[in-house]
Design a protein around this ligand. Structure first.
Ligand SMILES: [Fe+2]
Length: 368
């Protein structure tokens, strides 16, 4: 009998308890104390003597851009592929420390690669990692053709950087790093020897190294290696992984996809499948590889190819710029600004010597 009564009253008791807790929470949310606390926080970040400004104020509004859900990150372009011996990438890292984004994304090609010599590969990665170690915010890697073009370099990536592709979430925004170098392609002839020559000249005579890369970028080998003729294929496993990540992260307010090669310029069937999978979401693509800034608006979505951060210029035109991209994720949409590295200078003033790192000679021909 007692048990029957308990069974009969339990649901009502539970309902009443839940209702009570719910009402308390609702009421609690509207407590004047909480509102006062929020107001106090607003006052605490911007306050002034209101008696000083009874009417006109020497500012335009009090709509400060300080929503804690907003955040800012930077995107840095290619270094490898004729990394400037003038230390352009090093300058960019120093400048990012001045600007203090919450983190830095990148689009691949950190080293020259194309070597079968273990010591050479180790030296290249140690040089790059020493540069990036000076960056204060976190730095996120993406695989580029210069990083993983031969068995030895693929092994080096696996040991030092781990997965080929990955994702993370940051403040309800999804970041996906894809691998455009997943399907192996034949290496251009003489590539290993030419890269070795460039690396040697960089150490021996930076000016000769610059002249060498300018000439080398005009060669058929370079054009074949860095042009857009070849379509980039995404193997089944990566495509399936991409779709799974999207399916498991549907409540994101934006999705950013980073990959090395701007595959939308000459899309393969496998990229079309990837592109199809992301439709219906709010997203932006970022790539590098061409060392030339390019902007595509496709079906209302932005596909941005960032230019270089020291890699050799290989086209002619206004897209030749060493720069970083500054992205501010606002409530619903990203704001995006390109900042030329030569437009960011030390608080102590301009250093004329630094301009050598940015005012570099463009080279005609397709690039990479
Ligand atoms: Fe590249």
């Amino acid at each position: 009998m007692v048990e029957m009564i308990q069974r009969a009253i339990r649901p009502k008791t539970v309902f009443a308890f839940v209702l009570l807790v719910g009402l308390s929470l609702l009421t609690g949310c509207r407590q004047p104390d909480t509102t006062t606390q929020e107001e106090a926080q607003i006052v605490s970040v911007f306050s002034y003597d209101q008696t000083e400004f009874p009417d006109a104020k020497p500012w335009t509004s009090e709509d400060f851009r300080n929503d804690p859900d907003n955040f800012q990150f930077a995107v840095l372009g290619d270094r490898g592929g004729g990394a400037s011996p003038l230390g352009t990438y090093e300058r960019a890292i120093e400048q990012l420390n001045w600007l203090q984004p919450e983190f830095v994304m990148s689009v691949g090609d950190y080293v020259e690669g194309y070597t079968a010599v273990q010591e050479e590969m180790d030296e290249q990665w140690e040089e790059f990692e020493a540069i990036v170690a000076k960056l204060e915010p976190p730095f996120f890697y993406v695989r580029g053709n210069h990083d993983i073009n031969m068995p030895l370099t693929r092994k080096a990536w696996s040991e030092r950087r781990g997965p080929q592709y990955y994702y993370f979430r940051y403040k309800d925004v999804l970041f996906i790093a894809l691998d455009t170098e997943d399907a192996e392609r034949p290496m251009p002839p003489n590539m290993e020897e030419d890269i070795a020559t460039y690396n040697r000249l960089k150490k021996e005579d930076p000016k000769k190294a610059l002249a060498f890369i300018v000439e080398w970028m005009k060669t058929p080998e370079a054009q074949e290696a860095f042009g857009h003729a070849a379509k980039v294929e995404f193997p089944e496993e990566q495509k399936a992984w991409f779709k799974k990540v999207l399916a498991e992260n549907t409540d994101m307010r934006w999705t950013f996809v980073f990959l090395h090669e701007p595959v939308w310029d000459n899309p393969s069937d496998s990229f079309k499948e990837i592109d199809q999978a992301i439709q219906g979401r709010d997203y932006t693509f970022f790539a590098g590889h061409t060392h030339y800034y390019d902007y595509d608006l496709i079906n209302g979505h932005e596909y941005i190819t960032v230019a270089s951060a020291g890699a050799a210029f290989v086209h002619d035109g206004p897209g030749n710029v060493d720069h970083l991209t500054w992205v501010t994720m606002t409530e619903n949409v990203p704001q995006i600004a390109g900042i030329a590295l030569k437009g960011i200078f030390d608080r102590k003033g301009l250093d004329p010597e630094m301009f050598g790192a940015y005012d570099r000679t463009p080279v005609l021909g397709p690039g990479g």
